[in-house]
Write a protein that binds this ligand. Structure first.
Ligand code: HEM
Ligand code: HEM
Length: 181
């Protein structure tokens, strides 16, 4: 198995980054919904948002790495009709755009009061934009909508991958799973 992509398959780095991001995004969604319902005296009241924010900030780094890798590697050619390929390319762009906006809105909620974001005690991401009118509320609403939009689109994306596998019976899903051709 090679590390880099080729014109007809994904290398190990792209595959690991794809599934790492998929796992983290799903985990952050579930954790996010759970943690906002916790009462003040719950023992995860403080810790759950700390973990959510830390993983979110690290995920931003992973996404930048993924982007750098994507543009410094050959891109495997998408399979399917011209129309399907066009839609897939737009869905992928939207997924990246939604993830970026989610991370930015999360950053704006967390730093609204001027405090930075400690990341697992390793370093702290400084606050840069704070004190805007209703910053936490507006960014919070936006964050919630974006999270639902991202999950809706990834569901569609996963269903499309399954369609490639079960109906078209092509290599689309297999090559993202590093399965033998
Ligand atoms: C939160 C979850 C997910 C996110 C954010 C996500 C995001 C992405 C993105 C952005 C790409 C484009 C890669 C690029 O060219 O840069 C991609 C490709 C792909 N994803 Fe996902 N994905 C997720 C979950 C899944 C799941 C659950 C499946 C399968 C059931 C899947 C299957 C695939 C496949 C097969 C490709 C390659 C498409 C091709 O070769 O044209 N993804 N994903
Ligand atoms: C892909 C990444 C992310 C996903 C899927 C996600 C998902 C969610 C969800 C579903 C909620 C609950 C929203 C609600 O019901 O009110 C939430 C809340 C929250 N998220 Fe994220 N999040 C992500 C990234 C981040 C990042 C990077 C940060 C900060 C650096 C962050 C900070 C927060 C905060 C502070 C809340 C609580 C908001 C409130 O109290 O209303 N999130 N997130």
């Amino acid at each position: 198995m090679m590390w880099r992509n080729t014109h007809d398959g994904y290398g190990l780095v792209s595959i690991i980054l794809h599934w790492l991001v998929a796992l983290a995004v799903t985990g952050l969604f579930v954790l996010g919904l759970w943690m906002v319902e916790l009462g003040y005296y719950h023992r995860w009241y403080q810790r759950a948002p700390d973990i959510h924010k830390s993983v979110g900030v690290l995920l931003f780094g992973v996404m930048l790495a993924r982007f750098a890798w994507r543009f410094s590697n050959p891109r495997p050619e998408a399979l399917g009709s011209a129309m399907q390929r066009k839609v897939a390319a737009w869905v992928h762009r939207m997924l990246y755009a939604l993830m970026t906006m989610l991370m930015l809105s999360g950053y704006l909620i967390s730093t609204a009061d001027g405090r930075g974001i400690p990341v697992f005690g390793l370093f702290s991401l400084p606050a840069s934009i704070s004190g805007l009118q209703n910053q936490a509320d507006i960014a919070g609403k936006l964050h919630e909508w974006l999270a639902f939009a991202l999950i809706a689109l990834t569901t569609l994306h996963a269903l499309a991958a399954l369609k490639h596998q079960l109906v078209d019976r092509d290599q689309t899903l297999k090559r993202m799973l590093n399965l033998k051709r």
